[in-house]
Design a protein around this ligand. Structure first.
Ligand code: CA
Ligand code: CA
Ligand code: CA
Length: 196
C-alpha cells in the first residue's frame, strides 16, 4: 500500500512530466496544441533532412507528422475547436498512461502499443534513415520542436545509457514507454523530452 504522501508524489511526477510533453508539442508556445504546431515540426524536419518542398519524401514526412496531429486531436479535442487545451490534454492523460488506449483512443495490447509507438517515433527521429538514432538525429528531432541543441545533447547523453552513441528501435520503444508510464525518476525515458 502506498502512503498518501507517496501517492501525491507519484501523481505530481506524472503531472509535471505530462505538462512538459504538452509544452514540447505546443511548438509555437501559445498554450494550445494545434495543427500549426505540427506543421512547424514538419517544416523543420524537412529542413533538417534537406527535402525540397513537395518532393515525394517531403510529402511522406509531412503526411506522417500530420497523421500524429490528426490522431491526437481526434482523441483529445473534445470540443472540436481544432485546438487541444491543457484541460483536454489532462482529461485523456489517465487512459493513455494506464495503457488502455493509444493516442487515438484505440485499445491495443501493451506490447503492440509499445512497438507501434516506438516505430512511429523512430521514423520521426531517424533523419538519415539508417535505422538507428545518433546524437545528430536527436539534435535534428529536437530542433523540429524548436528545442535547443545543447538541451538535445544533454538529453541524448542521459538516454544513451550504454554510451554507444546510437539508439535502436527497441531502445526507443523502451524510452517512450518509460516516458509515458514510469514513476521511477531513475529510468532514463522519463527525460526523453528534457527536464520537467
Ligand atoms: Ca500551439
Ligand atoms: Ca479543443
Ligand atoms: Ca540515424
Amino acid at each position: 500500500m502506498l502512503s498518501k504522501a507517496e501517492k501525491i508524489a507519484r501523481a505530481n511526477f506524472l503531472q509535471r512530466k505530462m505538462t512538459r510533453y504538452f509544452v514540447v508539442l505546443d511548438v509555437d508556445r501559445d498554450g494550445h496544441i494545434e495543427a500549426e504546431d505540427f506543421d512547424k515540426v514538419a517544416q523543420r524536419l524537412a529542413g533538417v533532412r534537406g527535402l525540397s518542398l513537395h518532393s515525394p519524401q517531403y510529402n511522406a514526412l509531412y503526411d506522417q507528422v500530420m497523421f500524429e496531429w490528426q490522431t491526437l486531436s481526434g482523441y483529445c479535442d473534445d470540443d472540436t475547436d481544432q485546438e487541444i487545451s491543457l484541460d483536454e490534454w489532462f482529461a485523456h492523460r489517465e487512459d493513455i498512461m494506464n495503457g488502455v488506449a493509444d493516442e487515438t483512443g484505440i485499445v491495443l495490447d501493451e506490447n503492440r502499443l509499445k512497438a507501434e509507438r516506438g516505430q512511429r517515433l523512430m521514423a520521426l527521429m531517424d533523419n538519415d534513415g539508417d535505422g538507428v538514432i545518433s546524437e545528430a538525429d536527436f539534435i535534428g528531432y529536437f530542433s523540429g520542436f524548436h528545442l535547443p541543441e545543447d538541451l538535445a545533447r544533454r538529453t541524448f547523453q542521459r538516454i544513451d545509457t550504454d554510451q554507444q552513441g546510437q539508439l535502436d528501435l527497441n531502445t526507443v520503444s523502451d524510452l517512450y514507454h518509460q516516458f509515458i508510464h514510469s514513476i521511477t525518476p531513475e529510468e532514463p525515458g522519463n527525460w526523453l523530452f528534457g527536464p520537467f
